[in-house]
Design a protein around this ligand. Sequence first.
Ligand code: OSB
Ligand code: MG
Length: 367
Amino acid sequence: LRIDGAELRVVRLPLVTPFTISTGTMHEKLFPLLTLRADGLEGYAEGVMDPLPDYLEETLPAALAMLGEVLLPGIVGRAFESPEALEATLASWRGHRMTLAMVEMAFRDLHAKALDLPLKTLLGGSGEAVDVGVSLGIGPIEGTIERVRAHVEQGYKRIKLKIMPGHDVALVEAVRAVFPDVRLSVDANSCYRLADAAMLKRLDRFGLDYIEQPLAYDDIHDHALLQARIDTPICLDESIRTVGHARRALQADATRVVNVKVGRVGGHGEARRIHDLCAAFDVPVWCGGMLESGVGRAHNLHLSTLPNFAKPGDTSSASRYFHRDIVLEKLEAVDGRMAVPQGPGIGVTLDRTFLDTVTVSAEDVLP
Ligand code: OSB
Ligand code: MG
């Protein structure tokens, strides 16, 4: 498959409601969208890096520079017989896992379309729909209880509450009191330190499914020390960018569940390797999200059909995030299940008219 050309856009979508996590509040989603072209077909992927390095080190400006100056000139005009051949070329670069993921994911979509197969089939997954939950941002306790109620009524299979210092034990206690049986988890986005272990241990009595990324974004060791002191399973997110990180975390018992975000770990190949390694350790995984548009969400749904995605993911209804999506298909959950888009590749079609109105910049890369 010879890559004839690429297009790189930056897209801006306002969020329906601001999303607050321990690191800050998002009001809009500003993201890079990559198209790779071959044989009259197009493959799509979006980047999950933020404008500023507040989740991980990667940023939108750095991704645009890497893509425009290094990655795209290195692949446009060249032929790759498989996604693995492309991965071998990308493997020479260190870090930049989110930026590399864009190239790998767009090529996977293209390759699946060239074979006229759904992406899920080539990844080794199966099934028409997957279980999903929701991730609820930080807000006042009363309002959070009402948001939990609304999403439980819609059938979401798990509620994840964002927490931060001063907004943790009392919040979980209040939600648990009203919803004793709901499957509940919390996500700290790296805002605690090992010295907070006693406070985190107070969460043990609420029967949480897991606590996501309590300690530093680049740490594994302290998470292992923390896991030895608390009963709630730790689920790493930010700390896992490669299968090597996953191997070290699993061997250290620093993680008993893993949040796999294909856009964070360098693409579907690495996501699959992390998935398989976790299965070998009897550790379930689930598919996280980064408030992606329909392009990223379609990738997430295909990946979520793999067998060890044993817990509900974060890919909830598009209408929760955006007034209008950049794909024509409506990616909406029904009774806590999201249908996997059908057809070749990721199975979604760009709404070009709308996309043009929300495009901030666009650049073509030709051989
Ligand atoms: O840590 O999982 C996270 C959103 C932005 C940045 C980090 C995270 C999240 C979410 C939302 O939890 C997941 C989603 O609804 O896409
Ligand atoms: Mg997280």
